[in-house]
Design a binder for this molecule. Structure first.
Ligand code: ADP
Ligand code: 5GP
Length: 209
């Protein structure tokens, strides 16, 4: 359901590294091609199959800091020793045109968005257990042991932030987790307070009846 005259909705997804954010986002976006995924900027090195402009915009520290100074980010944070940020222009452009936007940001980024965008919808992806999370991170084979340890060391801090979110979804079985995320999106689109009913009424041409 795409809003026509209303602002698009801003969906935020967070969760610890390896919980399955990318996996779920990719599946949900396949079924909802009307939703735009915001490609973040980062100073971390690309993983094997990652491409600039597709997975991330890969920047140097200097380039990233220039963008911070220019006000180019909607939010940004240092996560696991690298910079990550959401480019402001694209997101604002899509929202203004009534297109929904989905962000994958850490708990600091989500907090910034909560402060600056009152209508954002925030979803936290929760791992079934610490053991499963560790196995997924190891199984992905994209980080060396030091980087994996670093990521796991943030787990307490990250999971403690769940109470600040609007929704929590456990990523145990993948199909079920995706179904739940999609259900949240549909429910939020259907809220009367989003004003979509104004488009429905207009299209119905009540004054011509
Ligand atoms: P994140 O984006 O949160 O860091 P990924 O999406 O890269 O996590 O997932 C980490 C690993 O776990 C990947 O290898 C992915 O295939 C796997 N994975 C994700 N969700 C599930 C699931 N529900 N069951 C089993 N494996 C999963
Ligand atoms: P990864 O390096 O595994 O792709 O991402 C590491 C962490 O950075 C994840 O927690 C992810 O949610 C977060 N992240 C990705 N993009 C952004 C962003 O634009 N802003 C913020 N604040 N965090 C991000």
């Amino acid at each position: 359901m795409k809003a026509k005259t209303q602002q698009g909705l801003l969906f935020v997804i967070s969760g610890p590294s390896g919980v399955g954010k990318n996996t779920i986002l990719n599946q949900v976006l396949k079924r909802r091609p009307d939703i735009v995924y915001s490609i973040s900027a980062t100073t971390r090195a690309p993983r094997g199959n990652e491409r600039d402009g597709v997975n991330y915009f890969f920047l140097t520290e200097e380039e990233f800091e220039k963008q911070i100074e220019a006000g180019g980010f909607l939010e940004w944070a240092r996560v696991y020793d690298c910079y990550y940020g959401t480019p402001r222009k694209t997101v604002e452009h899509h929202l203004q045109n009534g297109t929904h936007v989905l962000l994958d940001v850490d708990i600091q980024g989500a907090a910034q968005i909560r402060r600056n965008y009152s209508g954002s919808i925030q979803i936290f992806l929760f791992p079934p257990s610490f053991q499963v999370l560790k196995e997924r991170l190891l199984g992905r084979r994209t980080e060396d042991p030091t980087a994996i340890e670093k990521r796991l060391s943030y787990i307490k801090q990250e999971l403690s932030a769940v109470g600040n979110y609007d929704y929590v979804v456990v990523n145990d079985e993948i199909t079920e987790a995706c179904r739940r995320v999609e259900a949240i999106i549909s429910a939020e689109e259907s809220r009367v307070s989003r004003g979509y009913w104004q488009d429905l009424l207009k299209d119905f041409k009540l004054d011509k009846i």
